[in-house]
Design a protein around this ligand. Structure first.
Ligand code: 5AD
Ligand code: SF4
Length: 452
C-alpha cells in the first residue's frame, strides 16, 4: 500500500502576479517551484486562489502606485473568501517592510527577495491568524539548487539567473536596498539548468543579473575561476543550436575579453544592452556611474570594431537632479552618435533613501521632465526606424518563436540582433527552428521578410 504523506500545501491554489523586471519573473518561477514541492498548486485563475502573491517592483514611484491600486482591488476577493491569504513579495516588500502591513490591512505576508525558501512557513503562519514577515537579505542566497517552474514561456527562449543583487550604488537606484549585495550563482547549477532547458527544446537562453559583467565564481582559495566571459563561453558550448544572450551590462565593466568571446561565437547573439542613463559626463558623475561620456563612446567603438553588425540598446533617464538643458542636449547627441536600435526611457523618479534622496535635489519640474522625455522618445523612434530601414534587403537567421500575433499563416521570430521578424509560414517550419529570411519591409517595431 502506498502511503501518501500529507503536505502543508494540501492542494491549495496559489496565484501570483508579477511586476517589474525579468529578475522578478524568474523569482516568481522559483517561488512556484518551492511551493509546488510543498503541495501547493499553481493557478492562473485568481477566482479560485487560496493564496494571492504579488511580486512587486520599486524602481519608480509609478510602479509602486500601480501595486497599491491593485491591493485595493484584492479586497473584494478577500470579502468573497475569508480564508484567502494575500502576500506582497519582492522589492516593494523589502523596501517598505512592516509599513506594508500597517498601511494595507488585507496583507498577510511580506517577503523580501531573499526569503522565498521560507514561503511555505510564512503562508502557514498567516493561515493560523498571524502575519508572515521575512525581509532579511542574504549575502549568499542564489536559489542555485532550485529548478524554476517555467511559466508563460514560448518554449523557445528561457531566462537563467546567474547572479543576484547589486553593489553599484547608482545615485538614483533603489535596487541595492531592495535586492541586497551582489553575489554570483555557482557555474555548475547554471550549466545544469542551461542543459536542461536545451534538452526540453528551448533554443535560446538569456543569462540574467543586475550587472552580469561582474559575475565571478571563486574557488576555496578565493581565486576567480569563472568570470563572465568564461561563463559565456561555457554556456555557448552547450550546443551550437543554442543562442545565448545576456542582460544587463554596466558599461564600466564591459571588458574587451567579453567582446572577443561574443565575436568568436556564432551562437552568442550580436546584441548588447548597455544602459547609458545620460550623455552628460556631469550627470554621469552625479549619478555615480563611474564612467564618462567619452569612456562610454570608447566602449561602443570597441564593440563596433569587433562586431559591426551588433545591435546596441540602452536605458535613459530624463530630468535627473540638477539636469540642465545642456545636459539634456548631451543625452540627445549621444543617442544620435550611437544610433541605438532601441531604448527604455524613463522620467527620473526620486526614490526614498537613495543617494539622490539624501544628498541631491529633485529640481527639474514634472512638466520639464515630461518634455525632455518626449523629445528623447521621439528621437529614439526616428533612430529605431532608421535602424530597421538599414536592414531592408539584408538576410538574417531567425529563431522562430511561433505564429505571429495577427495570423496563423505567418511566423515570427528574432534575429541575433533581437529584432522581431514576421514572414509567411512554410509547412516544415515550427517554433524552435531556424529560418533564413530576407527583409523586404519594416515598421518602427518589426521587420517583415520572406524565406530565402
Ligand atoms: N527613476 C527613473 N528611472 C530609473 N531607473 C532606475 N532607477 C530609476 C529612477 N529612480 C531606470 C534606469 C535603469 C532601469 C532599469 O530603470 O534607467 O537602467
Ligand atoms: Fe526589478 Fe529593480 Fe523593479 Fe526590483 S526594483 S523588480 S530589481 S526593476
Amino acid at each position: 500500500m502506498k502511503i501518501l504523506k500529507a503536505t502543508p500545501g494540501g492542494g491549495q491554489k496559489l496565484y501570483i502576479e508579477t511586476y517589474g523586471c525579468q529578475m522578478n519573473v524568474g523569482d516568481t518561477e522559483i517561488i512556484v517551484s518551492i511551493m509546488q514541492k510543498e503541495g501547493y498548486l499553481y493557478t492562473t485563475n485568481i477566482d479560485e486562489a487560496d493564496i494571492i502573491l504579488v511580486n512587486t517592483c520599486s524602481i519608480r514611484d509609478n510602479a509602486e502606485q500601480r501595486i497599491w491600486g491593485r491591493l485595493k482591488e484584492f479586497q473584494r476577493y478577500k470579502r468573497a473568501k475569508r480564508s484567502l491569504i494575500v502576500g506582497i513579495v519582492g522589492c516593494m516588500a523589502e523596501r517598505l517592510k512592516e509599513q506594508l502591513l500597517e498601511r494595507e490591512p488585507i496583507v498577510d505576508i511580506v517577503a523580501g527577495p531573499d526569503s522565498y525558501r521560507d514561503m511555505p512557513k510564512l503562508v502557514a503562519a498567516a493561515q493560523v491568524g498571524g502575519k508572515g514577515i521575512n525581509v532579511a537579505l542574504s549575502q549568499d542566497e542564489t536559489y542555485g539548487d532550485i529548478r524554476p517552474v517555467r511559466l508563460d514561456s514560448n518554449g523557445v527562449s528561457a531566462f537563467v539567473s546567474i547572479m543576484r543583487g547589486c553593489i553599484n550604488m547608482c545615485a538614483y537606484c533603489v535596487v541595492p536596498y531592495t535586492r541586497g549585495i551582489e553575489r554570483s550563482r555557482d557555474p555548475q547549477t547554471i550549466l545544469r539548468e542551461v542543459k536542461e532547458v536545451f534538452d526540453a527544446g528551448y533554443r535560446e537562453v538569456t543569462l540574467l543579473g543586475q550587472n552580469v559583467n561582474s559575475y565571478r565564481w571563486k574557488n576555496e582559495q578565493g581565486e576567480v575561476v569563472v568570470d563572465f566571459p568564461k561563463l559565456m563561453e561555457m554556456v555557448a558550448e552547450v550546443s551550437p543550436l543554442l543562442r545565448v544572450r545576456f542582460a544587463t551590462s554596466h558599461p564600466k565593466d564591459l571588458s574587451d575579453r567579453l567582446i572577443e568571446v561574443m565575436a568568436g561565437h556564432n551562437n552568442i547573439c550580436k546584441a548588447i544592452h548597455l544602459p547609458a542613463q545620460s550623455g552628460s559626463t556631469r550627470m554621469l558623475q552625479l549619478m555615480n556611474r563611474k564612467y564618462t561620456r567619452e569612456w562610454y563612446l570608447g566602449r561602443i567603438a570597441a564593440i563596433r570594431a569587433a562586431m559591426p553588425d551588433c545591435a546596441i540598446t540602452t536605458d535613459l533617464i530624463a530630468g535627473f537632479c540638477t539636469e540642465t538643458l545642456d545636459d539634456h542636449a548631451d543625452t540627445m547627441s549621444l543617442m544620435r552618435e550611437v544610433g541605438y536600435e532601441s531604448a527604455f526611457m524613463f522620467k527620473f523618479s526620486l526614490r526614498p533613501n537613495t543617494y539622490a534622496a539624501r544628498h541631491l535635489t529633485d529640481d527639474v519640474s514634472e512638466e520639464e521632465k515630461t518634455r525632455r522625455l518626449t523629445e528623447i522618445i521621439n528621437l529614439q523612434n526616428e533612430l529605431s526606424i532608421a535602424s530597421n530601414r538599414r536592414d531592408v534587403g539584408k538576410v538574417f537567421e531567425v529563431l522562430i518563436e511561433g505564429y505571429s500575433k495577427r495570423s496563423n499563416e505567418q511566423l515570427c521570430g528574432r534575429t541575433s540582433q533581437n529584432k522581431m521578424v514576421v514572414f509567411d509560414a512554410a509547412p516544415d517550419l515550427k517554433a524552435g527552428d531556424y529560418a533564413t529570411v530576407r527583409i523586404t519591409d519594416c515598421s518602427s517595431a518589426t521587420l517583415f521578410g520572406t524565406l530565402v
